[in-house]
Design a protein around this ligand. Structure first.
Ligand code: NCD
Length: 356
């Protein structure tokens, strides 16, 4: 089933898992738009592919091989919201596979400035490019554009690199890949306790990762935040439906010893309805400090999608359990894996050894 087989009005009202069926065909991702389109099978597969790519990339010959996969394809990075890591890791992922890259980051330099709609802009990109990676403030725009293009003469894939407060599926993929790697020797993600801390109400990374964790048996989620910034009922409903156990609390320090992974986030004050309203919330006790390392499990990991402000003190960075820099690099590998899968060069990559 593809997006060209359903009317927009029918698609947009579907549940997230139902939508997912229109975005993946067997093992092949057609568009990466929402976290819920990825099941356990896809997560395991993309993780395996990312690891293979990571190893191949260690040698000059391997890098030449990866570079030769997609030199005939072009990608447009359309990022109208600020971004450092997501933009650069997609840029690097495209470079690894040899894709040529174009980008628009500032609408003041594009025809949107002249009043063109974002829909028309994206449609224009599809005339010149074979893939669009987009980050926008507008919830649902990536989905809408994937549908519009699927029903046009240029049905090219779209990757959602962050849409409003709603979804950040590729961040969730890199977070899962980081957890897979971190828990490799200790039974994997199943049965682990993952603690989310910070602005859980408006952080799209938390929403998407919580969605993906429903794929693992016996996980427990702890949502730790001041009351005003707690996780939304919509996510809790999703967890209830998937039978995932969770707890909501404003105790941080006391709960650290229980966690196998702690996922810190910053206050998302760019979404304040009234300027300065976030500053009135007392977040001082939701910061991970050096003294907390003493009570953190020996094999636990401390994560952050970054950018950080003061939620993790820099004197924690040296601890091997602080994995946020590695987590960031994982983003490049899993995004390379995703693009390889979208353009169906994944089998050739997995067979690499056989060719040399
Ligand atoms: C996140 C985002 O943009 O949602 N950043 C990222 O992509 N790594 C998190 C954030 O901005 O706080």
């Amino acid at each position: 089933m593809g997006l060209n087989e359903i009317a927009w009005d029918d698609y947009k009202d579907l549940g997230l898992y139902e939508k997912g069926k229109f975005l993946i065909d067997g093992n092949h991702v057609e568009h990466a738009l929402i976290a819920q389109q990825f099941g356990r099978k896809e997560l395991d597969y993309l993780g395996e592919l990312a690891t293979k790519i990571r190893f191949i990339a260690k040698t000059r010959e391997g890098m030449d091989f990866l570079n030769s996969q997609l030199p005939h394809k072009r990608a447009m990075l359309y990022f109208t919201q600020p971004s450092t890591r997501t933009f650069l890791s997609f840029f690097a992922a495209c470079q690894i596979l040899g894709l040529r890259i174009g980008n628009v980051r500032d609408t003041a330099t594009s025809s949107e400035f002249k009043g063109e709609t974002q829909e028309d802009s994206v449609r224009s990109f599809s005339s010149y490019y074979d893939l669009i990676v987009m980050r926008t403030k507008k919830k649902g725009l990536a989905e809408r554009m994937a549908w519009v293009l699927a029903n046009s003469e240029r049905p090219i894939p779209i990757i959602n690199a962050g849409s409003g407060q709603d979804q950040h599926p590729t961040q969730a993929l890199l977070d899962i890949y980081t957890l897979q790697r971190s828990f490799e020797g200790i039974g994997g993600i199943d049965g682990k306790t993952v603690m989310f801390v910070g602005d859980l109400a408006r952080g799209r990374t938390v929403r998407s990762l919580a969605g993906l964790l429903t794929n693992y048996a016996g996980v427990k989620l702890l949502f730790v935040a001041p009351e005003q910034l707690q996780i939304s009922d919509e996510i809790l409903k999703l967890l209830d439906d998937a039978d995932v156990s969770y707890e909501i609390t404003s105790e941080f320090e006391e709960r650290i010893p229980e966690a196998n992974a702690i996922y810190m986030t910053r206050i998302q004050d760019e979404w304040d309805a009234h300027k300065g309203e976030s500053a009135k919330v007392d977040t001082t006790k939701f910061c991970f400090k050096a003294e907390h390392l003493d009570v953190l499990k020996k094999d636990a990991v401390l994560m952050h999608p970054l950018p950080r402000r003061n939620e993790i003190s820099t004197d924690v960075d040296h601890d091997p359990r602080a994995v946020y820099w590695r987590q960031m690099r994982n983003g490049m590998w899993i995004r390379t894996a995703l693009i390889a899968n979208i353009f169906a060069v994944d089998k050739s990559i997995l067979n690499y050894e056989n060719q040399s």
